[in-house]
Design a protein around this ligand. Sequence first.
Ligand code: F6P
Length: 324
Amino acid sequence: IKKIGVMTSGGDAPGMNAAIRSVARTCAFHNIECVGIYRGYEGMIEGDFKELTARNVKGLINKGGTVLKSARSSEFRTKEGREKAYNALIAKGIDGLVTIGGDGTFTGALIFNQEYGFPVMGIPGTIDNDIFGTSHTLGYDTALNTVVECIDKIRDTASSHNRLFFVEVMGRDVGHIALNVGIGAGAEEILIPEEDLGLDRLVESLRRSKKSGKSSSIVVVAEGDKIGKNVFELKDYVDENMKDYEVRVSVLGHMQRGGSPSCFDRVLASRMGVKAVESLMEGQSNYMVGLLSDKIVLTPLEKAVKGKSKINKELIRVSDIMTT
Ligand code: F6P
């Protein structure tokens, strides 16, 4: 391996910049050239590249977002698009690729590898934590901390006005963010796609907590939860069935994806970057770097894409006990 390309793709996540920095510095450490690819597969097709050195990645460790930008490319889904991308990489002398992103990013990398035998390594970067083969994806820990801080603030105003708040959090189809922040911020109920509480049981549970002396409540709702059509419909239902509560909705939205990465994400990004580059140097390809039991391990990309990240049942039990 002489020249490694690094790119970010899909939804951005805090820690992506720290991972770019780590890949560039690990390359420099081993006297390998490093090239940043802008706008994910889109920039790869167009040959939108920039040399990365140990020095020009300075100041990145604490920056949110991704300086390489991110995009979801439809052209890369076509054979012609991938051929253009391959030609651009070869013309630049790039002979290994580190892709930082989620499911879609890895699927693209896999197809690319199958078609051209191009050496690829994946680093999981998404706030959703929905990737098999790692206990933590980059950005997840930061997002948890951001959301907990927001809910703490919402609780201040909820309790001042004796209100019930539905707080919708991100997570796409999974409830990792919701379950963890729900416990961390002391929510009264946590609604996640993996568990179906049902509207009636939700109302029943809120009535019970009101009876037990609670004057305000926070219900954390994962965006992928199926209990209502959406969080606003949920509010209407509870409004109708619990006249004694004033109900409000807060959808946290994209602020959950921003901000300076937590120390955990910075360290994880640094570790994953080192492993990705050194694995390519050892001739490994088609793997995702992950964290399992505090060890940096490799999982075949195919498994990472096909496998399901499971919700931690123990956390569900803890949350049940904490909300009594
Ligand atoms: O995958 C990260 C994520 O933020 C999800 O939590 C959310 O469902 C989605 O991306 C939002 O995508 P977009 O930024 O395209 O609206």
